[in-house]
Design a protein around this ligand. Structure first.
Ligand code: MN
Length: 353
């Protein structure tokens, strides 16, 4: 179908990199680097971001994918951005020694294609395909899906909007600084979701600034988690069994609060057919008021994480399940918002589409 052709082009023309169970990759998007002045939306997160980049990811052996809108070229010229953030651009390049670094462009930094002397020109691309055990993860910024918006005959009803809200299980972050309407976000996410299912790939995007992790409803996820914990209980040692008991209790409380708040019906809406297909992920953005979100791929797991200075004080979705952990003694905390095995995610895509 015509409306998919842009994304299909990416799938068929991307550079491919093979990854395996021992691979470690971190994906960030939407830094919107400016001139370091008061209109620079990244500035307030700069110390946080540079610390976690160095101390968790560079020293932890991660490869790096910057998934678009890294520089804010709609508002600033490249020279002023480089003057403010040249050190950060150099830091990005150091990730090459861990494996690879790729800079994918978005709509706000696409103009970099015209700058041959751009510091990261050697790693600049539109998209990237990661091959994991015969399966594909396609990484691209996401604006490529938006021309579909302008096609005549597109209908975005309110019910479709709710469908997306729940199948994509957004994480409740409200501080998007882009001016996308929910309707536009929905249109982009939905078209990426349909493309991914059709092509049986995982798509990893940015652009909408809305962190997304797979497409199970929260209730389904919590039920699945309980089942998984029960299965592992019998084989676990005594110490691990105590911790599994504690975790089951936490998950049950979370599940009960979902039902209590009347979320059950709405959360159970919004599927591809009647079933959730976990085929779209979004790394969120790095200009959040209270922190930064990212996607990690590590030892066969995919994870949505949230980095914040306000560690234990803050409230974030899923905090009952995953405690904030401090990075050394930096005063910076990392919260796992969700994680799953890539094998499991791909099995769902293969079996359920
Ligand atoms: Mn964008």
């Amino acid at each position: 179908m015509k409306r998919y052709s842009n994304l299909e082009r990416l799938l068929h023309t991307s550079e491919t990199i093979a990854i395996g169970r021992d691979s470690k990759i971190v994906i960030f998007s939407d830094l919107h680097l400016g001139d370091g002045g008061r209109n620079d939306e990244f500035r307030h997160n700069a110390p946080l971001f540079e610390t976690l980049l160095r101390e968790r990811y560079l020293s932890g052996g991660f490869s790096l994918v910057l998934n678009g809108d890294i520089e804010e070229l709609f508002k600033f010229d490249l020279r002023s951005i480089e003057a403010a953030w040249g050190g950060l651009l150099e830091l990005f390049l150091l990730f090459g020694r861990n494996g690879f670094v790729r800079k994918l462009y978005g709509n706000h930094d696409q103009a970099l294609l015209d700058h041959a002397d751009y510091r990261l020109a050697c790693v600049l691309a539109e998209s990237l395909c990661l091959h994991y055990e015969g399966q594909k993860l396609l990484l691209f910024h996401g604006h490529q899906a938006s021309p579909w918006l302008n096609e005549p005959g597109s209908i975005f009803s309110r019910s479709l909007f709710y469908l997306l809200r729940y199948f994509a299980r957004p994480f409740g972050f409200r501080n998007y600084s882009v001016s996308y309407s929910n309707r536009k976000r929905f249109a982009i996410e939905r078209s990426v979701y349909e493309f991914s299912n059709r092509s049986k790939v995982i798509s990893i995007i940015g652009h909408t600034h809305r962190p997304l992790f797979e497409s199970m409803s929260k209730v389904d996820y919590l039920n699945y988690r309980i089942e998984e914990l029960c299965r592992s209980y019998a084989e676990a040692g005594a110490v691990r069994q105590r911790s599994i008991e504690g975790e089951i209790a936490e998950v049950r409380r979370e599940l009960e609060s979902c039902y209590r708040n009347g979320d059950a019906n709405s959360l159970r809406r919004g599927r591809y057919g009647a079933i959730a297909i976990p085929s779209i992920f979004n790394s969120g953005c790095c200009i959040g008021k209270r922190g930064v979100t990212a996607l990690e791929i590590e030892e066969g797991m995919i994870r949505l994480v949230y980095w914040t200075r306000e560690g234990l004080k803050g409230k974030y979705p899923g905090e009952r399940l995953h405690k904030a952990e401090e990075l050394g003694s930096t005063g910076i905390y990392r919260v796992v918002l969700n994680e799953d095995r890539l094998d499991y995610v791909f099995s769902r895509i293969r079996l359920l589409v």
